[in-house]
Design a protein. Structure first.
Length: 239
């Protein structure tokens, strides 16, 4: 049995909460989120929309879709998000996306394992950045989220998509303009597609935030055009 070195590590290198700075001990399961701040992350638990993952959802009224996704078609079968993009959840996404919040990834993996155990063993596909943005940022946050989930859920991460067109920011755009902005921006990598034994295998697209689903939709569309039609999506947060 591997000895638990965490108590010794904590003495040498004390841990603190990423959001409020409170000191953390070993009894709390999360490494860099204190219990108070964890309580301020609005986790999305059932019932949520089975199609778009919207948490503000009355199951009894709409068996398929919800007020947020009614009338919108998606190339993915369903999407789910771990938490809402506000309060500490927003800070968590920002830390991972803009501030090299690398140390937070084990906590993300743990959250994913607790909320989405059904992802175990699946193939995860990160939403790619255009190489210019990747180069400027130094990393792709979606790829990091994939690897955090994969380490807890024994998933394979296959960066099956590439961004073939640089797209401007989606911030401030409405649903239609977001869709137009990313349409045709992605393509599959045929060489990596060969690593997947069956085209019917379920693929899980992974991104940081679901806002209107336009980016995930364009990615799922590229996967469908490449012959992978069994696609669902997962994001850390839901705007
Ligand atoms: Zn805290
Ligand atoms: Zn919905």
């Amino acid at each position: 049995m591997v000895p638990d070195l965490r108590p010794i590590l904590d003495l040498v290198w004390p841990r603190s909460c990423f959001a409020c700075g409170a000191a953390l001990d070993n009894r709390h399961g999360f490494l860099h989120i204190c219990p108070d701040c964890l309580g301020r992350i609005d986790l999305i638990l059932p019932p949520f929309c089975k199609r778009c993952g919207c948490p503000h959802f009355e199951e009894n009224f709409r068996p398929v879709g919800c007020g947020a996704c009614a009338g919108r078609s998606f190339a993915f079968r369903s999407c789910r998000s771990l938490f809402e993009l506000r309060d500490r959840g927003r800070q968590l996404v920002h830390a991972i996306k803009f501030h090299e919040g690398h140390h937070l990834l084990p906590d993300i993996g743990r959250m994913g394992e607790e909320l989405c155990p059904e992802l175990a063993g699946k193939i995860l596909v990160p939403v790619p950045l255009h190489w210019r943005r990747h180069w400027a940022r130094g990393f792709n946050q979606s790829d990091r989220i994939c690897r955090a989930l994969a380490s807890r859920l024994r998933c394979r991460v296959i960066p099956l998509l590439r961004r073939i067109r640089h797209t401007g920011t989606q911030v401030g755009l409405g649903f239609r303009r977001r869709r137009a902005n990313v349409e045709g921006a992605f393509a599959i990598r045929p060489r990596l597609a060969k690593k997947i034994s069956s085209r019917g295998e379920e693929l899980v697209l992974v991104d940081d935030v679901f806002t209107t689903g336009a980016t995930l939709n364009a990615c799922a569309d590229a996967l469908c055009r490449g012959g992978f039609a069994n696609v669902r999506a997962l994001t850390l947060a839901r705007a």
